[in-house]
Write a protein that binds this ligand. Structure first.
Ligand code: MCA
Length: 523
């Protein structure tokens, strides 16, 4: 039987010259493909030595990781795959209370955090029943590396089947409770292989050219961890690795790169960078945008400045990548304002409320099925059942249409979300969660959290709060209170204290009225 572990696929495609560079950092550290094999070998050997117990049904133990971005964080992810364990990455911006929820939900056997946070988080992890707590720092430090150092640098990758759990990615939920999307080795491998061809990595490799990926995305989400990193790993491409998105440094590095993937905020920030022009992009063959809608205006401005047409694509944590504008063909095939065509093997349909199919141009719910679509949410059978149709399509919660408005037939345009979601700089935020925190504050009667147009983040989180008659409320105090409890990207960038919230005849808060009222707040 073939080993369907995603790491086995990566191993099968390693470049012949293992001495070649797999990763380079801004401060000139270089890692070869051999270093990748050896480091993940030692780390996987160490992970195996911990004998992290699988569940009775065979579900592998979880390794939860909340660390700053570093090459070693990427190696730890790959070693977790290699050891056959399930990787659960967390945004380092999450505060203690948020981490506590994830620990209690995923029940990891091992928790890895940054050294600075160990004192605060280790007791929380222990209380959640975590047996092992280790640290990994940004500068090649931390107890993980010390523990793994004595292990041999060879390791036989654990056999996994395609439907075995490889990772759990938490996504915020409409009810305010985050859900863990379970992704299998098969989900991740299938998607990586499709993108390898669809975006031209395979063709470049076959032609003997070497792609170089400029990696500036976080490593705890689908975009940076899976889409970008897997593309480079399967193609044997070098990664120019930036621990954080830094536009001037990125512009300096661009001439050495051929591929970049980013969220729209990164593209608008690049456009604000003086040296960002055709010359800086002279070796670039591919710019990918996703995680949030790319404005047609940004697409055009980018083309004017660089001569390159950004490839916008669409995916979710639950599905990995689903739809993409074409890479092959002519630039005019990339249609601004659309996310493009379903990827090979992915079925996308648009349906009405009653489940019947929409005509071309008609707006409806987007449903998807395919090899990269997840099997369900971690320990949420009912929620999983609700989100799949009887014939196995996942209800994305997004609303869109094929063709229409003068767009080519078969091209998907997203026009909104059935779920009340805010996307800020590529991060998803559900109002309900933030409202929950605000409503708990003393003196608050009720609140409505909305997304407002923002020039940098696309949308920004804002809150409209009603005070109890007894207590005056201070917007700044609400923001400070939230800052102490939730990740900074979720904290409203503006808070308004008002007498009451607009309601419809049924008594439901009219968020559309609020969005209209405050539309220009960040203009
Ligand atoms: C940072 N801040 C934000 C955001 N990022 N606020 C709202 N939304 C954000 N996205 C806060 C900071 O905490 C800080 O707050 C203030 O805004 C300014 O920070 P700044 O230094 O300008 O921000 P940054 O650190 O440069 O971050 C901007 C960023 C980052 C690089 C665009 O947000 C980012 O990496 N976004 C990418 C997210 C991503 O990978 N999404 C993929 C999800 P203060 O000063 O008050 O502390 S995967 C996904 O969605 C799917 C499935 C898909 O299809 O890809």
């Amino acid at each position: 039987m073939k080993n369907e572990n995603l790491f086995a696929l990566i191993e099968a495609r390693l470049p012949r010259d293992l001495g070649g560079r797999f990763l380079e950092t801004l401060d000139s550290l270089a890692y070869s493909w051999r270093d990748l094999l050896h480091a993940t070998g030692r780390l996987a050997g160490w992970l195996a030595s911990l004998q992290l117990p699988a569940e009775a049904d065979g579900t592998p133990a979880r390794v939860m990781v909340q660390v700053e971005k570093s090459p070693e964080a990427l190696l730890l992810y790959l070693a977790t795959l290699r050891a056959g364990l399930a990787y659960v990455p967390l945004n380092p911006a999450y505060q203690q209370g948020e981490v506590e929820y994830f620990l209690n939900d995923a029940r990891p056997a091992l928790f890895v955090c940054s050294p600075q946070r160990q004192a605060a988080l280790e007791p929380v992890a222990r209380a959640a029943g975590v047996a092992h707590v280790f640290t990994l720092g940004e500068g090649r430090n931390g107890s993980v590396l010390e523990a793994a150092a004595p292990f041999p640098d060879t390791y036989v990758t654990v056999r996994r089947r395609a439907d075995d759990l490889a990772a759990i990615l938490y996504t915020s939920g409409t009810t305010g409770r985050s859900k863990g999307a379970m992704l299998s080795h098969g989900n991740l491998s299938a998607n990586a292989l499709v993108l390898d061809e669809f975006w031209g990595f395979k063709e470049e490799r076959d032609a003997g050219d070497q792609d170089v990926l400029l990696h500036a995305l976080p490593l705890f989400h689908v975009h940076g961890l899976f889409v970008a990193a897997h593309a480079a790993l399967l193609a044997g491409s070098r990664m120019l690795f930036m621990n954080r998105f830094d536009p001037p440094a990125l512009v300096r590095w661009l001439p050495k790169a051929t591929v970049f993937m980013g969220v729209p905020t990164m593209y608008t920030r690049l456009l604000a960078e003086p040296g960002f022009d055709r010359h800086a992009c002279r070796n670039m063959r591919l710019f990918i945008s996703g995680s949030a809608p790319l404005l047609a205006e940004t697409f055009e401005q980018f083309r004017g400045r660089t001569g390159r047409a950004i490839v916008e694509r669409y995916g979710m944590s639950e599905t990995v990548m689903l739809v993409s504008n074409p890479y092959f063909g002519v630039a005019a095939d990339r249609v601004a304002g659309t996310v493009g065509l379903p990827l090979p093997g992915v079925e996308v349909r648009i349906v009405k409320e009653d489940g019947s199919a929409c005509r071309t141009g008609e707006v409806g719910q987007v449903q998807v099925r395919g090899p990269s679509v997840f099997p369900g949410y971690w320990r949420m059978l009912e929620k999983t059942a609700e989100d799949f149709t009887a014939d196995g399509f996942f209800r994305t919660g997004d609303v869109g249409h094929f063709g229409g408005s003068g767009r080519p037939e078969g091209y998907l345009t997203l026009v909104g979300r059935a779920k009340d979601l805010i996307i800020s700089g590529g991060y998803n935020v559900y109002p309900k969660e933030i409202e929950g925190y605000i409503d708990e504050m003393p003196g608050v009667a009720e609140s409505a959290v909305i997304g407002l147009p923002h020039p940098d983040f696309g949308e920004a989180v804002a809150a409209v709060v009603v005070a109890k008659a007894t207590a005056p409320l201070d917007a700044a105090a609400i923001m400070a209170g939230l800052r102490a409890r939730i990740a900074n990207f979720k904290v409203p960038k503006r808070v308004w204290v008002v007498e009451d919230l607009p309601r419809n005849a049924m008594g439901k808060v009219q968020k559309n009225v609020l969005r209209e009222r405050y539309r220009e707040a960040f203009a």
